[in-house]
Design a protein around this ligand. Structure first.
Ligand SMILES: *Cc1c(COP(=O)(O)O)cnc(C)c1O
Length: 428
């Protein structure tokens, strides 16, 4: 499908029915597969033949959606997982173990910060945080011989920093480690990180990809370009895996397929965190309209950001597409089609006024979720990021008065009218 434009891929990639087969991707609601011989099944267990063994590892419905996402991102393969958290966790564990470390941007999703600073630490993986204001020298100093990868988010949730791909790809590659990018907020419609030096892309598909707030899921996409064999730095990919009779991922599957293959057949097998066929089917429905929806999210968010910037009850507005924004130059470079539907802003009167504003909304709802079809609001300091210390909040780019607004795909005039009346009610 790679000759088609991305709007076409959203609809057509991943599933191509043969003569007389269902036009729409079927839900293969089966844990189990049937074989004509034990020998064939033996070959599957040794990874000598392609095919499905058991739906903890792979399933035909899930496989079609994985292929679509890999095609949308321009990668060699993808593995769907039970959540975005699982996707980030398994992507890291695929090449990182106890006693090793990773370097990550500090302005990332709160759940990922918890994973990094608490749970990975417990299993002996250290995460070193790079703040956006660090010099190149300071970032370089975070790396050592045990550093396995560099991690960042294309559009940070909720600080909305835009990742400086050229800068961090150069830093990561100077240390011989892959550049991991969580592309959840941008989606492959607005940014394709592999075109800007990323090696592995991760998504919480729960957000715009599903787009309807229906299914929790995640995906790891392999760019296929990182050379895992260089310098013998990644023996987990270049030496025999005894749990598959000595398979060597880079040799038996090719360097370009090694990472995602190992993640599936070893980590998903052992940790047991696949996406099930029905959620994969629902995710695929969301993906079919992804290009259309992202266009409307961006268009609406721009109108809302301009309205907020002109409103005297709003102290500040953070949206990367506003020329006044510090991220504007990076957004122009990496997000030419728009910066998604998420905006953050401060309400005049601080925390109390912000709460009054949120409680006065009629159309926009208070929800934990972001990035779906319905307009919603959240106060991160008292909810998603409440586990963070004040210092971590500052590093993550979050202030106490910050309202995170996820602009939906309703009519922009209706969204703006709702915000206007609620801001009026918040006036002291
Ligand atoms: C939501 C989110 C996650 C976690 O994904 P879940 O599907 O909720 O587990 C990871 N990264 C980013 C940027 C997110 O927005």
């Amino acid at each position: 499908m790679s000759q088609f434009k991305i709007e076409t891929k959203c609809i057509q990639s991943g599933y191509t029915p043969k003569n007389g087969e269902p036009r729409v991707l079927p839900i293969y609601q089966s844990t189990t597969y049937k074989y004509d011989s034990s020998e064939h099944l033996g070959d599957l267990f040794d990874l000598k033949a392609p095919g499905h063994m058991y739906s903890r590892i792979s399933n035909p419905t899930v496989a079609c959606v994985e292929e679509k996402i890999a095609d949308l991102e321009g990668g060699t393969g993808a593995v769907l997982c039970s959540s975005g958290q699982t996707a980030n966790l398994l992507a890291i564990l695929n090449i990182t173990g106890a006693g090793q470390n990773i370097v990550s941007m500090s302005s990332i999703y709160g759940g990922t910060i918890n994973l990094f600073a608490v749970s990975l630490k417990k299993i002996g993986i250290e995460v070193r945080f790079a703040t956006p204001d660090m010099t190149d020298e300071q970032v370089h100093a975070l790396f050592d011989d045990n550093t396995r990868l560099f991690f960042g988010e294309t559009i940070a949730n909720p600080a909305l920093n835009v990742l400086d791909f050229d800068r961090y790809a150069a830093i990561a590659h100077a240390h011989g480690v892959p550049f991991f990018v969580d592309n959840t907020f941008a989606t492959p419609i607005l940014c394709r990180p592999f075109e800007h030096g990323a090696d592995i892309v991760i998504h919480s598909t729960t957000k715009y990809m599903d787009g309807h707030a229906q299914v929790v899921g995640g995906v790891v996409v392999d760019g296929g370009k990182f050379d895992w064999t260089a310098g013998n730095k990644y023996p987990e990919l270049t030496t025999p895996d005894e749990s598959y009779h000595g398979v060597v991922y880079t040799k038996d599957f090719g360097v370009e397929n090694a990472f995602f293959t190992k993640l599936r057949v070893q980590l998903i097998r052992d940790f047991g965190t696949p996406l099930a066929p029905l959620p994969a089917y629902l995710l695929n429905l969301g993906l079919e309209t992804l290009a259309l929806r992202m266009e409307r999210h961006c268009e609406n968010a721009m109108k809302v950001a301009e309205f907020l910037e002109a409103n005297d009850m709003v102290t500040w507005v953070n949206y990367p597409m506003l020329p006044s924004n510090s991220e504007y130059p990076l957004a122009q470079k990496y997000l030419p089609k728009g910066a998604c539907g998420v905006i953050s802003f401060g309400v005049k009167g601080g925390r109390q006024a912000a709460v009054k504003f949120m409680d006065s909304l009629r159309l926009a709802a208070i929800v934990v979720h972001v990035a779906d079809a319905r307009t919603s609001v959240l106060h991160p300091a008292s909810t998603t990021h409440r586990q963070l210390t004040d210092e971590q909040l500052v590093d993550a780019g979050i202030s106490a008065d910050l309202v995170r607004l996820s602009v939906g795909i309703e009519n922009a005039d209706d969204i703006i009218a709702d915000l206007a009346q609620a801001l009026e009610k918040a006036r002291g």
